[in-house]
Design a protein. Sequence first.
Lengths: 113, 111
Amino acid sequence: GAVVSQHPSWVICKSGTSVKIECRSLDFQATTMFWYRQFPKQSLMLMATSNEGSKATYEQGVEKDKFLINHASLTLSTLTVTSAHPEDSSFYICSAPLHTEAFFGQGTRLTVV
Amino acid sequence: GEDVEQSLFLSVREGDSSVINCTYTDSSSTYLYWYKQEPGAGLQLLTYIFSNMDMKQDQRLTVLLNKKDKHLSLRIADTQTGDSAIYFCAEVDSGNTPLVFGKGTRLSVIA
């Protein structure tokens, strides 16, 4: 099946710093990618929809200035968590749709200390 | 908005069958999915079913869909310890819209 690669797998950062997470579709083009967040023992919650060539669409309650999304090409979307705080610690995961399926990255576990 | 509900826990003995249930509210769901998540890992697509089907079988996995009741189930035959994970049910309207996930069912397999 198709492959979506997400980096880094885990990151620890200090409060107040920014962290960039990359999501790449390796063998197909993705005009749309989705970013989800998963808190411990909870489900995946959609944060935003990343659109190649246009602005991302954010879900209600998600601060667009804090979670910057850039869909630079048909194979790359990035999520930057700016001025990270401990409450931003979570598992972030991207997905890209292809035909009837959604392919997920491996996820990034962010810990803000 | 759309909602997907699952029971949170299921415990079975090795070798038995597991049945994980899911209900959803979106009557325009096109595809319904089952994903598996092992600790600290991403999501692995197990199987999916198109909304005009009522059953799909893939090796040890059987998916049953009751569209009238908006009920989806995943049966794992001969459950093994390696099947211990969280299983997410998800639904989608169309190809370029995001999936809506249930909260996940934690399956524990007792040896």
